[in-house]
Design a protein around this ligand. Structure first.
Ligand code: NIG
Ligand code: FE
Length: 404
């Protein structure tokens, strides 16, 4: 991203990614990064020389929002499956009958790279319109070497062509493709011996993810994937404890995972393992809501053990066809009883940590990228409180005002 000229944003009501500021602030941006911040009451004329001044007029400034878990690139959609679930079919029933993830795999394999790019671009623009400046995008609907790499190439291209940072994750171990029916270990060998080395060699993946669940892969199979990912210098993450408690989160934490995601069925031993490893717990209330889940993630235990909670859309065609981080703020509070500030940390400072990018994005602090949003309110809690408002008035990426 190009660098901007030096800018001084004055009179901002600041939420810095962790806390709100007590008084209006000035934020200086140089060469695309935050240079310094100070309270307006301490700002003098010399501070302002050489800067173009922009008056925020008291508006709330937050870090650019981070969506640390999405499946934005996919073919087709699953509206029919949504209707079937409303009639009583469960997500697991549909998956076992060859629908679910596998039906999106069929549509993704037949789609061209350009088609996938165009449909994902629309979804990404929806996230950006809501304040996202960093978005993680997973593969996982190709489930063979060629189509997994195709999805990752589309994700990389989105990051090159749109004013948003894109982080990519190889999710080869998402579901068992029909060609490997009854040979899950053989498929995991393909993921470990071909997909991971190729994605790493071509620079297409920043991390590797798995789906650890009865309808997907066992803890042991996921551990094989982690070992291969680490051997190729890639970070690891897991979809764990979404539908049952297999101990997948603790295994991921022991392997050094950046985050474990979903975690409705996580128990105290699992929470302790996260705390010991410094692994982030990523909450995905969109999937909880769409699946009409009733098992709540262990929020109180996560608080007690000091585990950072990230918050993401899980945007995908099956369990969370939702393209709004602001709606996630509201759902995290109404469904999971997070405080608005905890929810905001989840899409800023803790979302960055879930991607290993905490020294680059997610906070408004000296040295970090100048990625931030201005909102038509002064109160951070209003971002979670209201659905549809407050309006995003500015979205700034690397110091430059980007289109919303
Ligand atoms: O995060 N849990 C597994 N994967 C996705 C759902 C993918 C799908 O149903 O297409 C999730 O919920
Ligand atoms: Fe997911």
């Amino acid at each position: 991203m190009d660098q901007s000229s030096p800018c001084l944003w004055v009179n901002a009501s600041l939420f810095d990614g962790l806390n709100g500021a007590a008084e209006p602030m000035a934020v200086a941006v140089q060469e695309g990064r935050i240079a310094w911040l100070k309270p307006m009451s301490e700002l003098n004329a010399a501070d302002q020389s050489g800067f173009e001044c922009i008056d925020a007029k008291g508006a709330l400034m937050t870090p650019g929002l981070i969506d640390c878990h999405t499946h934005l690139v996919f073919g087709g959609n699953r509206a029919g499956e949504f209707e079937a679930r409303l009639e009583g079919a469960s997500y697991q029933d549909i998956a076992r009958a060859g629908g679910g993830i596998i039906s999106t795999v069929r549509a993704t394999r037949t789609a061209s790279e350009d088609e996938l790019f165009e449909s994902a671009k629309t979804r990404l623009q929806a996230l950006m319109a809501d304040g996202a400046t960093t978005v993680e995008i997973k593969s996982g609907y190709g489930l063979d070497l060629e189509n997994e790499l195709k999805m990752l190439r589309v994700a990389r291209r989105l990051g090159r062509e749109l004013p948003v940072r894109v982080v990519t994750t190889l999710l080869g171990a998402h579901a068992l493709p029909p060609e490997y029916k009854d040979d899950a270990d053989g498929y995991i060998s393909l993921v470990c011996n071909q997909m991971i080395p190729a994605a790493a060699a071509e620079g297409l993946a920043d991390a590797v993810d798995v789906f650890c669940e009865h309808i997907a892969f066992s803890v042991e199979q996921c551990e094989r994937v982690y070992t291969a990912a680490k051997a190729h210098g890639l970070a690891i993450k897991g979809h764990t404890e979404q539908l049952s408690n297999l101990g997948g989160s603790a295994a991921a934490a022991r392997a050094g995972a950046l985050s474990v995601d979903h975690i409705e069925y996580l128990d105290e031993a699992g929470v302790k393992a996260l705390a010991e490893a410094g692994t982030v717990a990523t909450l995905l209330p969109g999937a909880f809501y769409m699946l009409r889940e009733t098992q709540l993630p262990p929020i109180e235990l996560l608080r007690r053990y000091g585990v950072p909670m990230a918050l993401a859309t899980d945007a995908n065609p099956g369990t969370s066809p939702i393209f709004s981080l602001k709606l996630m703020l509201n759902m995290a509070c109404t469904l999971f009883r997070l405080t608005p500030i905890e929810a905001l940390r989840g899409v800023t400072a803790h979302g960055a940590r879930a991607l290993g990018l905490q020294e680059e994005v997610g906070r408004i602090a000296p040295g970090l990228q100048a990625d931030f949003c201005l909102w038509d309110t002064t109160n951070p809690a209003e971002l979670a409180y209201s659905v549809g408002l407050p309006r995003l008035t500015h979205r700034v990426v690397a110091g430059m005002v980007a289109e919303k």
